[in-house]
Ligand binder design. Structure first.
Ligand SMILES: Cc1cc2nc3c(=O)[nH]c(=O)nc-3n(C[C@H](O)[C@H](O)[C@H](O)COP(=O)(O)OP(=O)(O)OC[C@H]3O[C@@H](n4cnc5c(N)ncnc54)[C@H](O)[C@@H]3O)c2cc1C
Length: 411
């Protein structure tokens, strides 16, 4: 049987970043994935400042190397349009987490981005990467935890980091996380070539359509005149409204006045694909005796933006740091593992709980339209919204009813 101090199931952003932080601390680990890389992952392909901040903490030179890759675009802001088509361009606010030579965000196909991370892991002598290795089960024993593969191989470790994404069974067992339809979003995406009218600084675009609130339609520009185009909404509302995401997406492209001209000469390049996003809904345990859950396997997707890679990166890094403490103390108990939960919620808990309250307000088209109508004429409000992307104190105010009242009354 193979032995390893730490095993990581899944080599998406959460798992690979966990492995790279372990390697940085000199800890040997195995990184297992059922796929072989490069492999695609259905996603909007927007890589936020959180991912960049964590990669900067890992190794500033690696982040610089990534930033120069031709497969990605540097993105400097966000374009938001309201159901009445009022449109606002907001630069990402620079909160000094990153050097000014770097942009606040990237956009890259997951096929390329995940492969780039995995190639970095492949080069590290501390990381043993096994592709085409599907973990089908685990056994907890006195001496450790043993992972079993589809093909009958077994690996015993002191502890396991589950980074196996939303569809993995490990979220439920051993994780104990069961998702309902209200807190699971379905997103569909396809690639188009030749969409026009992007902001010159490659802003990501969220278009809030009346029938889709609080979900949205997105267009993210990519190199080579390509764009990632998709829509997302929670499964409860999809069922209740009996809507087809695909119909909504193509109807918007065909008929929304602010979108249709931009797609006039665009060509759909890939089929429409769907995948789930496990939205964060409340604080719950994301660890237990000899294991931690990270990224989508821990249900950490931001409930407003649908962003999951940033939280996958943060949780991957913090799980690795906890693993180092566990190995030093030789303590793999559920109680000691709580240190991971605490560090995660200290870093991002407030942001997540604020995000979870915002959909309540953005589900009303009239309110959204009114706030946007005000915002296009108010530099102060635009600055507030820009800052809300990164500044927690400002974002907190976005779920206060009094803020909307003041905006509507022009105070
Ligand atoms: C339509 C859509 C649009 C999105 N847009 C964005 C966006 O623009 N920006 C953003 O930040 N987030 C976005 N997200 C969310 C983002 O894709 C996820 O949050 C992110 O991929 C989570 O990373 P992860 O490493 O936890 O899991 P994943 O990226 O899902 O990686 C899990 C890995 O585990 C492997 N695996 C699974 N089971 C096993 C097993 N049993 N054994 C071995 N390996 C296994 C898989 O092969 C995979 O490589 C979007 C999601 C969807 C569905």
């Amino acid at each position: 049987m193979l032995k390893s101090d730490v095993s990581i199931v899944g080599a998406g952003p959460a798992g690979t970043i966990a492995a790279l932080f372990l390697a940085k601390a000199g800890i040997r680990c195995t990184l297992l994935d059922k796929a072989s890389f490069p492999r695609d992952k259905i996603c909007g392909d927007g890589i936020s400042g959180w991912v960049l901040t964590i990669l900067h903490e890992l190794d500033p030179n690696f982040l610089m190397k990534l930033s120069r890759q031709p497969f990605l675009l540097h993105s400097h802001g966000i374009r938001i349009s309201a159901p009445n088509a009022t449109t606002l361009d907001l630069p990402f606010y620079n909160d000094n987490r990153l050097p000014t030579s770097l942009p606040p965000g990237f956009i890259a196909r997951r096929l390329d981005f995940d492969h780039f991370l995995v190639e970095e892991a492949r080069e590290k002598s501390e990381i043993s990467l096994f592709e085409n290795f599907e973990v089908t089960g685990f056994r907890k024993e006195d001496q450790g935890i043993t992972l079993e593969s589809k093909t009958g191989e077994a690996i015993r470790s002191d502890l396991v980091i589950f980074a196996s994404g939303v569809n993995s069974k490990f979220m439920k067992e051993p994780g104990g996380i069961f998702k309902d339809r209200k807190n699971t979003m379905t997103g569909i995406k396809t690639y188009f070539k030749g969409v026009t009218g992007f902001h010159e600084k490659n802003y990501v675009e969220l278009h809030f359509l009346k029938d889709l609130l609080p979900g949205y339609f997105w267009i993210f520009p990519l190199p080579g005149n390509m764009a990632n185009v998709g829509v997302g909404l929670d499964q409860y509302r999809i069922g209740k409204r009996k809507i087809s995401l695909k119909n909504i997406m193509f109807e918007a492209i065909r008929s929304e006045p602010h979108l249709r001209d931009r797609f006039k000469n665009a060509k759909q390049e890939t089929k429409v694909e769907a995948y789930n996003l496990p939205l964060w809904d409340r604080r719950r345990s994301i660890s237990g005796e000899r294991f931690m859950l990270t990224g989508d396997a821990a249900s950490l997707v931001d409930p407003v933006t649908g962003e999951g890679m940033g939280h996958a990166a943060i949780s991957g890094m913090l799980a690795a740091k906890q693993a180092v403490r566990c190995l030093e103390q030789k303590d793999f108990s559920a109680k000691f593992m709580q240190g991971y939960d605490d560090s995660f919620y200290q870093r991002i808990g407030k942001e997540l709980s604020i995000s979870a309250k915002i959909p309540k307000f953005i589900r009303h088209a009239w309110l959204f339209n009114s706030v946007m109508n005000r915002a296009v004429n108010s530099k102060v409000l635009q600055e507030k919204l820009s800052k809300a992307m990164t500044d927690l104190e400002v974002r907190k105010r976005l779920h206060e009813p009094s803020l909307y009242l003041k905006v509507l009354l022009g105070m």
